[in-house]
Design a protein. Sequence first.
Length: 387
Amino acid sequence: MKPRRAVLVFVLLGIGVSLVLIAFLQRPSEIEAPSPSLILAASQETPEFARALQPRSFSFPTDHGPHLEYQTEWWYYTGNLDAENGDHYGYQLTFFRRGLTPGEEARESDLATTQIYFAHFAITDVGARRHAVAERFSRGTLELAGASGDPFSVWLEAWRVEALDAQGDVVRLRASQDDMQLDLTLRSLKPITLHGDHGLSLKGEGAGNASYYLSDTRMETKGSIVLGDRRATVTGLSWFDHEWSTNALPAQAVGWDWFSLQLADGRDVMFFQIRNADGSIDPSARGTLVEEDGTVRSLSAADITLQRLNTWRSPETGGSYPTRWRLAVPSAGVDMTLEPWLEDQEMRVSFPYWEGAVRILDTATERMIGQGYVELTGYAESMQGTF
């Protein structure tokens, strides 16, 4: 899931964002972090939007595109990349859509729109010990921002994802901001993974409190990255999440933890959990194990053990994040320790969160057995109260 998953991959599920949307509409392009205070709370009911109620069939590339009958949607790309000289990089390029009304409707002004888009772009340069972040907002009109399914593309001004084949299995990612830039080509190595019940991912009790959640868990990646005066030709693996819904987090929720892990033996693991204000974990916690051949196995919370091993406090937001974990799937013979490549991978955007590249160690031998990404929301005070 990613909030991975909005307003971080799950933030849009749980935060009333009306004032932020007003701020989006005031400016056609990039803006600074909005100043109005927003409360972490369930959104009001919006019965005119469709809700994720039951499993459905999917068709590609159409379902890579937008689902405007649902209120919230995001496209998430993250990856671990290595340069020819051995330097290591992580990256994130994510796009979010928020519908003001369902579907598309004719508007008197070309500037008017019912769809708001925003995006996050980050590069982690481990060698330089730098995590650079950028954020943009725009309206879904005049080609400023938007998405399509056939052919598959998502864009916000010059930040773009574009399919290079008919099915959307090969895509090009491009983004640049100040002294950071990426240009990557990604190719699917496995079939699309449908999380939960054939793509229906429950996020809490109550009808429709769910999303449609699809992933491309392993994408061969190559291209170039620029950060400051450091330029690199890179190769590695990426992970793609696509999720859409009209729902809210449970009323007691304060945030979530999300893990996307790619093991050297060819297996991939996704796990998410929603944290409650009383310290408990919501029963919706779930995971997915994707075998090397693409076979998918759903994991319940009982199938996974997760232990926090270390914390890091942000000097900027004061957020205290867990940054080392032990995650085990005993039935799959997996017992791993996750370590961040760089502790400070906090996304200091309008709603601060931690999203960063991690390396995976075998817990018993401490041998590196893979890499992945972790997203943590609700740990900074601005997420737990106002921001």
